[in-house]
Design a protein around this ligand. Structure first.
Ligand code: FAD
Length: 148
């Protein structure tokens, strides 16, 4: 097996070609990582969630890291790490266009909202303020590929 560095274009291809990421955030010196769906556009990953630990932590510290993997076989894969900044897209004047943009990107997938909206104990979702759209604006990206 050998490993090579992916070019910027190849990293973008991996990000644009997948929808599942591992999102890592940190607060008070503690790390926290969750799987999350995203849609890639404009050098950012657009996501949907309801309130919870990751949102609280990213509001407190917007610096995050995201891993996207393209595993083919144990010895053949691509992986991309994108470091970036959490930006919430609130339902307020000035953000509506970006929020609608996030909605339209994410809603190209069936049941796109479900993993982000359900929890073991899910509070009532009547209040739209609980629907959080956010994006991770990518500041640095790196990628590697393993091949036989
Ligand atoms: C394939 C996949 C796609 C997903 N897509 C999305 C998405 O698009 N948007 C989204 O918001 N969520 C998504 N989820 C769920 C996500 O991984 C979290 O479980 C969820 O968002 C709750 O996170 P939270 O920080 O609000 O946790 P909270 O509900 O605040 O719970 C906090 C505690 O619960 C535990 N916990 C939370 N999530 C998990 C987990 N996944 N596994 C084990 N323990 C956990 C942790 O110990 C954490 O300390 C997806 C999960 C999977 C597997």
């Amino acid at each position: 097996m050998w490993i090579r560095t992916l070019s910027m274009n190849e990293c973008t291809e991996v990000l644009a070609g997948h929808h599942l990421a591992r999102l890592a955030c940190a607060k008070d010196g503690h790390p926290y990582v969750v799987p999350i769906y995203y849609a890639y556009a404009d050098n950012a990953l657009y996501c949907f969630s309801i309130p919870g630990k990751k949102i609280d932590w990213m509001r407190a510290n917007p610096l995050v890291s995201v891993l996207v993997e393209s595993p083919l076989r144990r010895r053949q894969w691509k992986s991309v790490i994108a470091d970036g900044r959490y930006e919430e897209l609130p339902e307020r004047i000035g953000h509506k266009r970006q929020r609608d943009h996030a909605w339209s990107l994410l809603s190209t997938h069936t049941d796109w909202w479900e993993p982000g909206a359900l929890k073991p104990v899910t509070p009532p979702l009547a209040d739209d303020a609980r629907h959080i759209f956010f994006r991770i604006v990518i500041e640095e990206v790196s990628g590697r590929e393993a091949k036989e």
